[in-house]
Design a protein around this ligand. Structure first.
Ligand SMILES: [Zn+2]
Length: 110
């Protein structure tokens, strides 16, 4: 629950939150997605999943930007937070509580 509140607090304070991570081929955990609240909605910024810069693949990202912005809705944001908490705090009581709360929220939005 602590983690969920921290993420929501940061977002509401206008702070970008690294919300999606992947382990690259060197075993390093890299933030591949970041979310923030803009005046006209929620922006999710995803890094090219095949970029060479962060040790994933062979893409030099020369024909496109390393990052790309998407507008997402509340449900998608909550789902990203849900996955983040699940990955980070797997099998702790805290994550079970946060997972339940998020599942309820996501279901209410369906
Ligand atoms: Zn690329």
């Amino acid at each position: 629950m602590e983690k969920l509140l921290e993420i929501l607090r940061n977002l509401l304070d206008g702070e970008p939150v690294d919300i999606e991570h992947r382990v690259n081929q060197h075993g390093i955990n890299i933030a591949t997605g970041r979310a923030y609240l803009a005046h006209d909605g929620i922006i999710f910024t995803r890094m090219c999943w095949d970029n060479d810069t962060h040790g994933f693949g062979t893409c030099q990202c020369q024909s496109h930007n390393l990052w790309r912005d998407y507008q997402i809705d509340t449900k998608e944001l909550l789902f990203l937070i849900y996955k983040l908490i699940k990955d980070e705090l797997e099998q702790t009581k805290e994550s079970a509580k946060a997972e339940k709360a998020l599942t309820r929220l996501i279901n209410e939005l369906s």
